[in-house]
Design a protein around this ligand. Sequence first.
Ligand SMILES: *Cc1c(COP(=O)(O)O)cnc(C)c1O
Length: 361
Amino acid sequence: MTTALRAQPGIMDIALYQGGASKIVGQTDPLKLSSNENPFGSSPVVAEAIREAATALHRYPSTDHTALRAAIADVHGLDAERIICGVGSDEVLTLLAMAFAGPGDEVLYTEHGFSLYRIFALSAGATPVVAPERDRRVDVDALIERITPATRLIYIANPGNPTGTALDLPELTRLADAVPQDCLLVLDGAYAEFYDSYDGGAALVTARENVVMTRTFSKLYGLGGLRVGWGYATQHVIDVLNRIRGPFNMSVLALAGATAAMKDRGFVEMCLRENAQQRARLIGGLRQLGIACDESHANFVMARFADETTALAADAHLKAAGILVRLVKGYGFPEALRITVGSAVDVTRVLEALASFQEAS
Ligand SMILES: *Cc1c(COP(=O)(O)O)cnc(C)c1O
């Protein structure tokens, strides 16, 4: 390197995050099932709230997000004082690493965990430590074995991405019991709503000092483009995060849109119902075609093929049919494709394309 400007240690080890593909060469309107977006878009009340808020863009936004936190607290039965809002849950997850981990500290996550966890750890100057999974599931014992006195933060996505598998409450509790008091257990609940009767870990957060839950508007609420997420933790953790968060991190539009979205429970219930139905159809259809997949507790399914060559061929076949899914080699699954659960019509299209792939191969 010729420049005298040196980034902090760890930063140049970060590879840029790769998002899900959104274009197919030569096709104008692909069916995008590569980023776990909501097939129904977002609630119409969101655009209405944003249009209204757009009349006051010369005003700085709220720094304390009172209205949004109140709406979240009301729906989830939580203490609004213990909620923090961020530019996507990404921001809350990264603030946690910035605030609680640094050089010499370890940040623990699992083998097939979300690719951003490594980036958060390295950004903070901490050392990433990876625990193996077992049969595409988080292995609580493997995690516990890798906790050292240097471990400051453990990130678990529950349900997991890209596996869609989940730990149940007894397993989560067993893990939480084993985490030392000076280490934070972060339960990333990006897909928590899709996991029946799971509270995202909220009860664990309420009962313990060192458990944090994060949630997002990007998946169920269909607002990935608006960038809103939130976290729930003890007053102490929230107070720490608020000191390093940008005071105007949430725009006027993001606050208005997310608050309206949280209040529209009818839209959310419709999306959850559809997702459960179409997810079951997609899993059943894949298995009928001889394509392996685990039960999923999220809004996507991970389809496993014989090997990487077959997965790439299936991906190419889907692309030719105008369908974009996600290659998950970067998550340690070269033989698999992650497919977002779409609408009934979308699922039919995917299953038909894969049926013709299986026939041809
Ligand atoms: C999508 C996703 C997120 C959410 O990111 P946002 O910043 O809220 O859009 C967080 N964790 C996992 C595992 C995800 O898949």
